[in-house]
Design a protein around this ligand. Structure first.
Ligand SMILES: CC(C)(COP(=O)(O)OP(=O)(O)OC[C@H]1O[C@@H](n2cnc3c(N)ncnc32)[C@H](O)[C@@H]1OP(=O)(O)O)[C@@H](O)C(=O)NCCC(=O)NCCS
Length: 531
């Protein structure tokens, strides 16, 4: 079941979840202090404070006989001094917290901890019936168990990898893992890829509705006009290209330069319309930057974008300088459409986290590029093709895969955090690969079936199927894209999804700042003197 973070915000009955390892589950009776330092209601605060000091305790329980009727803490004494009245002239009864909450000795340490944390108490009297038998402090509890200190009363514990945790509300889109379905603003992404241009879908994500014909033409003209890389960045690109490393690294630098050269400001300091126009600049420039960096690295001159061409055709044009075959250009564009957005994946989340700090748009996009570059996220399509090469022949598929999975290796292009059935992007791209007659498609289909069978045998119950990356490589290779452009091509359109999320985050922002459980040695350890 997903856990909704937001549901805990401001909830009246917040519950605090903390872990106490099973062997440390103990009761209050074992950790409470007894006998209790007490005071009488008629005593003065000065007398009670002296006793606290002498007995080095942080509070006294005020009793009537053996029944607790109040609690007076060090903090109360300090507040009294600050308020003006003298401690000598003030009775304990006048300044104590009357009718304090109490706990029973049989209560677990964990529950007592919740009670203290929820109410913000540091001490809580322990009663049996109505008789005072002890007092338990936050410090007593902390001493006995590996308990998470209460930082926030609504603190909850999230599973590793935040699996299933809902961290925001979005209207950009959603992934339904069990149904094998995902959508962009209520329209099936797969159906959109079949029927509409990438620019129409870009408009949909930014504006919230599919464009009319007139809107579509106007938007295409607007964004095609932004494809050129700003002059200041063009001049620097040869240097960036020469800096080496994977193209995704250089793309990060180039996007930073675009933001800087265009004077992007932290979004907190600019109106929403300016942030939107920053987003259009970056989304339009990224495909051009990718191809320019690629060509420069090959020792070739970059090719200027062509505003007459559609999104995919222009992308392929900038690779070769030749008018691309229409079918291949459409295949690339359909891949780019399918990868625009996909729920709260790691790179989208990264972009939103950076945006939540108020940083500028280029900062959030470079973070997204960094997250996407990892092999577990966007770095897999080239590795999936490498896998096909390594397997070589259909006969070798089974022994190769059994060996790899037995050794604990991950088969690239398979498995997904959300999909527990066929990934709809993979099914669509398999059809595209068949349609365009990709050389490796038959072999890839045989390998796919073998991987699914081997994983079902060796990893039963995990429901592992081909993900978007498996056929992406097959399609991209056939269209003429070299392997080092596979992940950048993923980024070329995912930037639109990041930006739609950045705009949404900025429109309703709260800084994203979770917590971690400290599991190191118990603090504070004495700081050794310098040797
Ligand atoms: C996508 C991915 C990162 C999702 O990770 P996740 O949700 O954290 O899932 P886990 O890694 O915990 O996998 C769950 C189990 O399935 C296994 N598994 C998942 N994907 C696997 C794969 N591709 N090959 C072999 N085993 C896999 C894991 O080993 C694990 O087994 P265990 O229960 O014995 O430990 C993961 O499936 C993966 O690494 N796939 C390969 C990389 C890839 O294709 N990335 C592109 C994603 S679009």
């Amino acid at each position: 079941m997903p856990i909704a973070w937001r549901a805990f915000r401001g909830a009246a009955d917040r519950s605090t979840v903390m872990s106490v390892t099973p062997h440390t589950v103990r009761t209050v009776a074992e950790v409470m202090s007894s006998p209790v330092v007490v005071a009488l209601p008629d005593e003065t605060v000065a007398e009670a404070a002296t006793r606290m000091n002498d007995r080095t305790v942080g509070s006294v329980v005020v009793v009537d006989g053996t029944r607790p009727v109040g609690i007076l803490t060090e903090r109360d004494v300090v507040r009294l001094a600050a308020a003006g009245p003298s401690a000598e002239g003030t009775k304990v009864a006048e300044w104590m917290t009357p009718d304090p909450d109490c706990v029973e000795p049989g209560l677990s340490v964990q529950e007592a901890f919740v009670s203290l944390g929820t109410h913000g108490y540091r001490h809580i009297p322990v009663v049996e019936g109505s008789e005072l038998v002890g007092i338990v402090s936050l410090r007593d509890l902390m001493r006995v168990a590996a308990i998470q200190p209460v930082v926030h009363p609504g603190q909850i514990e999230a599973p590793p990898g935040l699996e299933g945790v809902i961290v925001a509300e979005t209207k950009v889109g959603d992934v339904r893992g069990l149904e094998g379905f995902y959508h962009y603003r209520e329209y099936s992404a797969v159906e959109l890829a079949g029927k509409r241009s990438l620019e129409d879908i870009w408009f949909l994500l930014f504006e919230g509705h599919l464009p009319t014909r007139a809107e579509s033409d106007a938007f295409a003209a607007e964004v095609r006009g932004l494809r050129q890389v700003p002059e200041a960045v063009r001049r620097l690109l040869p240097e960036v290209a020469r800096s080496g490393g994977p193209l995704m690294d250089r793309l990060r630098s180039a996007v930073s330069l675009v933001g800087h050269s265009q004077g992007f400001q932290p979004w907190l300091d600019i109106p929403p319309a300016e942030l939107r126009s920053n987003a259009l600049v970056v989304c339009a420039a990224v495909p051009t930057l990718i191809m320019a960096l690629h060509r420069l690295e090959q020792g070739q001159e970059p090719i200027d974008p062509d505003p007459e061409l559609g999104y995919g055709a222009n992308y392929m044009w900038m690779l070769t300088g030749e008018r691309p075959d229409e079918e291949r250009a459409r295949a690339v564009e359909q891949y780019q459409i399918l990868t625009i957005d996909h729920g709260f994946n790691a790179s989208t989340f990264t972009s939103r986290v950076i945006t939540s700090t108020g940083a500028d748009l280029a900062a959030a996009v470079t973070g997204g590029i960094a997250a996407l570059s990892g092999p577990l996220h966007g770095g897999a399509p080239a590795r999936a093709l490498d896998l096909l090469d390594a397997i070589g022949t259909p006969d070798n598929a089974r022994p190769y895969l059994v060996d790899a999975v037995t050794k604990g290796e991950k088969i690239m292009g398979f498995g997904h955090r959300v999909y527990k059935t066929d990934d709809p992007r993979s099914l669509f791209l398999r059809d595209v690969a068949e349609r365009i007659g990709a050389e490796k498609v038959d072999f890839a289909e045989q390998v796919e079936q073998t991987v699914v069978d081997v994983l079902a045998e060796l990893k039963p119950g995990r429901n592992l199927y081909a993900n978007v990356e498996f056929y992406a490589g097959v399609v991209m290779e056939h269209t003429g894209l070299p392997r080092d452009l596979f992940t950048p091509t993923f980024a070329s359109s995912r930037v639109i999804g990041w930006c739609a999320n950045i705009l949404e985050q900025a429109a309703d922002n709260r800084i994203i700042r979770p917590s971690a459980r400290y599991v190191g040695p118990p603090p504070p350890q004495p700081v050794p003197d310098p040797a």
